[in-house]
Design a binder for this molecule. Structure first.
Ligand SMILES: NC(=O)c1ccc[n+]([C@@H]2O[C@H](COP(=O)([O-])OP(=O)(O)OC[C@H]3O[C@@H](n4cnc5c(N)ncnc54)[C@H](O)[C@@H]3O)[C@@H](O)[C@H]2O)c1
Length: 329
């Protein structure tokens, strides 16, 4: 269990690439109740540079970092395929854990980690930062108890530049890697349980021009919820010119469109637009660190157990694309 009533949280990082730097380290390094103690990354040059910049110690071995350093919390910011034993090592030492989405590329590994996290009773959060948006809270307030009939979610844009993204085994594909944010916010706002998933994908266009490419170019998934809401999800990466990222929620006489920075509410009398007034990445980190300090793991934006439910949905969609069958959850 995380130590209660900590004054300063001693933090380690496993993986200090893109997201660690631009979404977390910048503000963590400025917060007085955080000490960035040590970083570990398989990229020696990269980790030494980051460690020097943020005044931490550099390691190229995650276990060696945990063995030698006194830490309270560890951020795991590695690519989807690279989740092997990091979380298990952290849970075994009963340190708090923050993991960037997606959990990994398989259901088995995520389940093993989820069980280890539960057993160790550590504070564990996952970086589903759309939950931390002020507009998410606003959407929930506007919706209240009114039923949501249907939702259309999208993450259709260009292809991320990192090599691992374009390979199914390494990223899990667009639905698992990026649309997972939309799946998660759909679950968070709609509520209830996803009971079945059907998905179909189109492949072969980007493969002709992009080296080592085998992910779907586009896919469409259909989710059904236990209380009857239906949700269609588009995932694609053939549109660097931009298409759509976000979710439309259809209620009786009202539609809400949430795109992570803006919420548009349309009804018979007109339209209102709300924008985020907060910094979601900072707020999810703040909640996590406060949870580490208090020992209350239920106060994080997204627990590992909750993220596991989102992961089950994206894994079911991949399974459905493979088999052509509806997957019941
Ligand atoms: N929440 C968000 O908005 C958001 C945004 C971007 C990325 N992400 C997620 O963060 C994760 C990392 O993405 P990124 O953009 O930082 O990727 P990246 O490739 O830029 O960085 C990953 C880092 O992990 C290191 N690494 C690989 N295997 C490792 C291991 N076994 N141990 C330690 N370090 C290891 C790499 O050397 C690299 O420095 C992905 O799962 C991605 O989806 C989340």
């Amino acid at each position: 269990m995380a130590k209660a009533k900590l004054k300063q949280v001693r933090v380690g990082f496993m993986g200090v690439g893109g997201v660690a730097r631009w979404a977390h380290l910048g503000h963590l390094s400025k917060w007085e109740d955080v000490k960035l103690v040590a970083f570990s990354d398989v990229n020696k040059e990269g980790v030494e540079k980051a460690a020097q910049e943020f005044g931490a110690k550099a390691y190229t071995d995650n276990k060696a970092m945990l063995d030698r350093e006194e830490l309270d919390a560890v951020y795991v910011c590695v690519p989807p395929f690279a989740h092997t034993d990091q979380e298990l090592l952290v849970a075994d030492r009963k340190l708090a854990l923050f993991v960037e989405k997606p959990l990994c590329t398989t259901l088995e590994k995520a389940r093993e980690i989820n069980e280890a996290v539960k057993k160790s009773k550590i504070v564990a959060a996952v970086g589903y930062n759309w939950r931390a948006c002020e507009i998410t809270r606003k959407a929930q307030e506007i919706i209240g108890k009114n039923p949501i009939s249907a939702a259309y979610g999208y993450w259709v844009g260009g292809m991320p530049g990192v090599m691992w993204w374009r390979q199914m085994k390494q990223s899990g594909g667009q639905l698992v890697e990026q649309t997972t944010h939309v799946v998660d916010i759909a679950r968070y706002i709609i509520g209830g349980k996803v009971t079945s998933v059907y998905a179909a994908g189109a492949k072969g266009i980007a493969k002709k021009r992009v080296e080592k490419h085998d992910v779907h170019d586009n896919s469409i998934a259909l989710l059904t919820f236990d209380h009857g809401t239906v949700c269609a999800l588009g995932s694609g990466h053939l549109s660097p010119q931009g298409f759509r990222t976000g979710i439309d929620l259809l209620l009786d006489g009202m539609t809400l469109t949430h795109n992570n920075s803006e919420l548009r509410v349309k009804h018979e009398k007109g339209e209102e637009v709300y924008r985020n007034t907060n910094k979601p990445y900072e707020d999810e980190d703040r909640k996590f660190l406060d949870a580490v300090k208090s020992g209350d793991g239920s106060s994080v934006c997204c627990t590992y157990a909750d993220a596991f439910e989102t992961h089950r949905v994206t894994m079911a969609a991949n399974e459905s694309m493979e088999t052509g069958e509806v997957v019941k959850l």
